[in-house]
Design a protein around this ligand. Structure first.
Ligand code: SF4
Ligand code: SF4
Length: 302
């Protein structure tokens, strides 16, 4: 079990927004959804990917010399990354003097991830924290997610999982056995869910119902994206859902931020939602008051 390998793109210590107390959040790479506003586009693909930040490049040419796959070309002094040639070996990243090149994602053994997580156990004990697995989508790597959560529980940690819930019943049941708290993303009404996220809503609703039947604590996390899901129908659905399931303890609204756009540029992919403005939490205060008036669970900004 501890020999299972996961593809992760970050292990973030001292997280305070991913569940109770001080936590270490392990970000799994790969996701079955493709939300047009995604804040972490480097999490989409399961494989490690090269990120290139043109603003940091000084044009030294070291990457071109290091790459044997034609991944970097210079024309008229302009540096271009040739994505078709890149095999994500990472050889150019270590040699770049300005960190303009970095790999998003690496393979890691569950045993090694757990060792890193346990380094801060004393902080979890003092603060009521623990480990959170996030992504990407951790359930997209079910064996690794189950192995890590199981091992963390055996080590006495509180385990939270941030998930979109798009997984089979078998996978969810197996992994949920080792998870105390789900931070469950709920993104859009059924009629636009496929268009905005690439998958239908029905399996996600089935996952909420399953976790409720297993009496797993759930915090509903709802990204609010102007022009996409900030509709009366969506806010009504959120309240209905929270009132329907006893396991849903709270609802967190997450205002849109545009930080995913620059990451798309660094990955060489197209940003499908080009809004570069932050949604101010104050703009949701009226909505939150109105939802709290009819929701049996607390609704707040995350
Ligand atoms: S090694 Fe780094 S700084 Fe030098 S040309 Fe390549 S990306 Fe730019
Ligand atoms: S990651 Fe490897 S293949 Fe891709 S550009 Fe860098 S050296 Fe070339």
């Amino acid at each position: 079990m501890l020999n299972t390998t996961a593809t992760v793109f970050n292990i973030q210590r001292f997280s305070v927004d991913d569940g109770p107390g001080i936590r270490t959040t392990v970000f799994f790479k790969g996701c079955p959804l493709s939300c047009i506003w995604c804040h972490n586009p480097e999490s989409h693909k399961r494989i490690p990917e090269l990120m290139y930040n043109a603003q940091r490049c000084i044009g030294c040419g070291a990457c071109s010399a290091a790459c044997t796959h034609g991944g970097h070309v210079f024309a008229d002094g302009i540096h271009k990354v040739v994505r078709d040639g890149c095999i994500s070996c990472g050889a150019c990243t270590g040699i770049c003097p300005t960190k303009a090149l970095e790999m998003a994602g690496r393979e890691a053994r569950v045993e090694d991830i757990l060792r890193e997580v346990l380094a801060d156990k004393v902080f979890y004990e003092q603060s009521g924290g623990g480990m959170t697995v996030s992504g990407g989508e951790p359930l997209y790597q079910p064996a690794a997610a189950e192995a890590l959560c199981h091992a963390a529980k055996d080590a006495g940690l509180h385990v939270a999982m941030e998930t979109c819930g798009f997984a089979s019943e078998t996978v969810l049941r197996r992994v949920a056995a080792w998870v105390d708290l789900f931070l469950f993303d709920y993104k859009a009404p059924a009629d636009v869910h496929q268009k905005l996220t690439g998958v239908p809503l029905a399996p996600i609703l089935a996952s909420i119902a399953l976790l409720d039947s297993m009496q797993k604590d759930i915090i509903l996390r709802c990204p609010i994206i102007p022009g996409c899901n900030d509709t009366d129908a969506h806010f009504d659905d959120i309240v209905r859902l929270a009132n329907a399931y006893p396991s849903i303890r709270e609802v967190h609204l997450e205002p849109y931020h545009p930080l995913g756009i620059s990451k798309c540029e660094q990955l060489g992919c197209e940003a499908l939602y080009e809004n570069r403005s932050f949604l101010d939490a104050k703009d949701l205060s009226g909505r939150i008051a109105e939802m709290n008036a009819r929701c049996t669970k607390r609704v707040r900004i995350s």
